[in-house]
Structure formats: C-alpha cells, structure tokens
Design a protein around this ligand. Sequence first.
Ligand SMILES: CC(C)(COP(=O)(O)OP(=O)(O)OC[C@H]1O[C@@H](n2cnc3c(N)ncnc32)[C@H](O)[C@@H]1OP(=O)(O)O)[C@@H](O)C(=O)NCCC(=O)NCCS
Length: 164
Amino acid sequence: MIAFLQSLFRRPEPAIFDARAADAGALARVHANAFLHGWSESEFERLLAERSTVCHVARASGGTGSICGFVISRIIEDEAEILMVAVSRSEQSRGLARRMIARHLGRLAAHGARQVFLEVDEGNAPAIRLYAGAGFEQVGERPGYYAEAGKPPAAALIMRRSLD
Ligand SMILES: CC(C)(COP(=O)(O)OP(=O)(O)OC[C@H]1O[C@@H](n2cnc3c(N)ncnc32)[C@H](O)[C@@H]1OP(=O)(O)O)[C@@H](O)C(=O)NCCC(=O)NCCS
C-alpha cells in the first residue's frame, strides 16, 4: 500500500536524447539555472552548429517535459573534451548527470574518441565526485585559473579518462 502511494507521487526520471539546434535556448536556461553566470543562447547556437560538437539533453517527466540537463563535448580526431555538464537545480542529486555522462561517453567512443579531457574548478565537489565516479582521474592543474570577484582564485583540475 505504501509502495503504491509512493509510486503515485514519484516524479518520472528525466529521459536522455540527442540535442537539436533548436535546443540552444533551453540549454542557456539550464546553464543559467545551474550557475550564476550562464552562457548565452547564441553561444550554444554556435556550439550546436559545429560538426565537432556532441551534445545530449535530458527532458523532465520521462522525456515529455522541458530540458532539465545537458552534457556537451567537442571531438578533435581521437580526443574529446567535455565542455560542460549542467542539471537544473530541481533535478540535481537524482543521478541524472551520472546517467547523462555514461550515455555521452558511449557516444564519444562511437565517434572515435579514445580519451576524454575536462577542466573543473577545484572547489566544485559535486562535479569532481561525478567525474571521479565516471572514471576520470586528475592529470594536471592550472593554479588560479578561475577568478571571480570577491573570492580567492581557484585552480582548474584537468581530468582525463581513457575510452579504450
Ligand atoms: C555537477 C552537476 C552536473 C551534478 O549533477 P547531478 O545530476 O546532481 O549529479 P548526480 O545526481 O548524477 O550525482 C553525481 C555524483 O555527484 C554527487 N553529488 C551530487 N550533488 C552533490 C552535492 N551537492 N554535493 C556533493 N556531491 C554531490 C553524487 O553523490 C554523485 O556521486 P556518487 O555517485 O559518488 O554518489 C550539478 O551539480 C550541476 O549542474 N552543477 C552546476 C554546473 C556544474 O558545476 N557543472 C560542472 C562544470 S565542470
């Protein structure tokens, strides 16, 4: 009985799809929701128009709702770089980024990527935990890379994962 009642109130998991050019505005909204300073819609339009870009989006309510997360990468020859992963605040900590990254890494491998790099702020604990859980290891550091007014500069950690 309790399980039945819980199932009535449980939100369906977001579903993951390939991004389309028309998603640029939604990506900018999710990015602004996840960060204080979002990338603009035109920046996402430009990225989505590039042939080297690979992007997955997650739609809420089992795929019928609005875009609530995305992961976007660029591939050059056999190396890929994850440029951004973001999940709307209301959908965070439900395992969505973990699922998106798993799907995304499979696609990058299918496109010929053999290793994947990314940079992450040393103070971004959720993202570092996400990437470590997805098999990324720290291979370098750029001290003072992230400078924000009113905060001490933070290092960018460079992380890598092999897809072999
Ligand atoms: C980083 C981000 C994408 C994670 O998305 P998410 O859907 O909440 O992540 P998941 O629920 O899949 O959890 C992934 C891991 O992060 C951990 N995590 C999630 N939220 C956390 C939090 N607030 N504090 C610490 N760890 C957290 C989870 O425990 C999980 O680790 P585990 O598998 O070892 O338990 C999300 O917090 C976000 O959009 N942040 C703002 C944008 C950002 O910083 N992007 C990364 C830029 S490099």
